[in-house]
Design a protein around this ligand. Structure first.
Ligand code: HEM
Ligand SMILES: *[C@@H]1O[C@H](CO)[C@@H](O)[C@H](O)[C@H]1NC(C)=O
Ligand SMILES: *[C@@H]1O[C@H](CO)[C@@H](O)[C@H](O)[C@H]1NC(C)=O
Ligand SMILES: *[C@@H]1O[C@H](CO)[C@@H](O)[C@H](O)[C@H]1NC(C)=O
Length: 357
């Protein structure tokens, strides 16, 4: 097949995804505790809540079957939680009349409601089984692992014992999270500042084998594109032309309807595999940051490795996810085990929303 020819099956799968209205609840953030996760261990709940992992797995399985976008949504929520002030469930805190939280910024990053709903369901089930024991941060970490495996990805260890944050900042996500228009330099810098290598950056980016992106995240590549010299082009010439034209068509009304989105991995959108990297080699990367991993000499060899060797990708992705899941975790008095994931145990949020038992 010619390099720039899209097979019919692929054209078919260039589906338009209308994203259900967001029902995201989110919130807060805090300064990075230096937590390295040293105190965490896989059997943290073996005495206090031995069925915790099973319960979370069951809830996630049910949710994923009912709504197949859950896995991608939850994985992205987890990444955002960890990168902003550590894996401490600060992303789950709902803003209140009295207090803004990460949620305010995160709704602008369009985190999907299904992921939040899955966490709420898991928390409810856990509170019935062993009240006040399992943290929301651990639920996010375990749920991510379960859903990655469920969609075909690698299984990796998830040490437990995270505590939930006592704060959540509405402005932190805009500073701490990468944007689709970043250069590779900036990506490397941002991940590096948090202790992640170039190889881990590329491996973690493989999460874009799942889920979708809204048109505004890549519209710059499709309309009014200007090359380095400022010369106008029909679309970003690094894109496969058929793919670019298909996306132009899918997104043509995106300004009127901002819910229009396209699959990150056009070939196997719901399957956790190494297709994301294969796509990059063919000009089928969706976000500009995806595409650049293929053109930058620092990241290209890793894209080639992962495209040609799924085992190498799974191994590296699993290791990087385990590392991500330990990033900035809080233990002891630095956190609490929330009774509900969207509110602190004390404070206006709880008083305002929990009925007296
Ligand atoms: C390398 C820098 C990254 C950038 C610039 C980036 C950017 C984005 C953007 C713009 C979207 C589309 C959001 C939307 O339109 O709703 C997205 C989706 C997604 N991202 Fe990333 N991301 C990065 C890294 C990661 C990492 C490290 C993970 C997880 C380990 C991840 C997981 C996801 C997932 C699963 C989706 C699909 C979400 C869904 O379908 O609901 N991303 N990303
Ligand atoms: C989110 O977007 C809305 C509408 O564009 C804007 O008014 C608001 O200030 C944004 N919030 C943050 C925290 O960026
Ligand atoms: C990159 O995207 C962010 C968020 O969409 C936006 O605020 C910023 O202005 C963009 N930067 C550039 C250089 O286009
Ligand atoms: C693929 O990667 C795995 C894990 O790194 C390695 O053991 C294996 O030899 C590689 N396979 C090929 C064909 O290079």
């Amino acid at each position: 097949m010619h390099k720039h020819e899209i097979p019919a099956t692929m054209r078919l799968s260039l589906l338009l995804v209308v994203v259900a209205a967001l029902s995201a609840r989110t919130a807060a953030q805090l300064p990075l505790a230096g937590g390295g996760g040293g105190a965490l261990k896989p059997d943290f709940y073996s005495q206090s809540c031995p069925r915790a992992e099973r319960i979370i797995a069951e809830v996630m399985q049910t949710k994923q079957m009912a709504n197949p976008t859950t896995a991608a949504g939850l994985l992205r929520v987890f990444f955002h939680d960890c990168f902003v002030s550590g894996c401490d469930a600060s992303v789950l805190i709902a803003s209140t009349q009295f207090q803004k939280s990460e949620h305010d910024a995160e709704i602008n990053h369009s985190l999907p409601g299904d992921a939040f709903d899955a966490v709420v369901r898991a928390k409810l089930a856990l509170e019935l089984e062993c009240p006040g024991v399992v943290s929301c941060a651990d639920i996010l970490a375990l749920a991510s692992g379960v859903l990655i495996t469920m969609t075909g990805g690698p299984r990796y260890p998830v040490p437990l014992g995270r505590r939930d944050s006592l704060s959540s900042s509405p402005t932190a996500p805009d500073v701490e999270l990468p944007h689709a228009n970043f250069t590779v330099d900036r990506l490397i810098q941002m991940f590096g500042a948090k202790g992640f290598t170039v190889q881990e950056l590329v491996a973690l980016s493989g999460a874009h084998t799942l889920g979708f992106s809204h048109c505004k995240e890549f519209a710059d590549r499709l309309y009014n594109f200007r090359n380095q010299g400022g010369k106008p082009e029909q679309f970003d010439p690094s894109m496969n032309p058929s793919y670019a034209r298909g996306l132009q068509d899918v997104c043509r009304d995106y300004l009127k309807d901002p819910t229009i989105a396209a699959f990150n991995d056009i070939m196997t959108p719901g399957k956790f595999d190494n297709m994301y990297f294969v796509n990059l080699e063919r000009g089928l990367g969706l976000l500009s940051t995806d595409e650049e991993l293929w053109t930058d000499p620092r990241t290209k060899p890793l894209v080639q490795l992962y495209a040609s060797n799924a085992t190498a990708f799974f191994d590296d992705f699993g290791r990087a996810m385990e590392k991500l899941s330990l990033f900035g975790v809080k233990t002891g008095a630095d956190g609490e085990v929330r009774r509900r994931c969207d509110a602190y145990n004390s404070g206006p949020a709880v008083a305002a929303t929990i009925p007296k038992m």
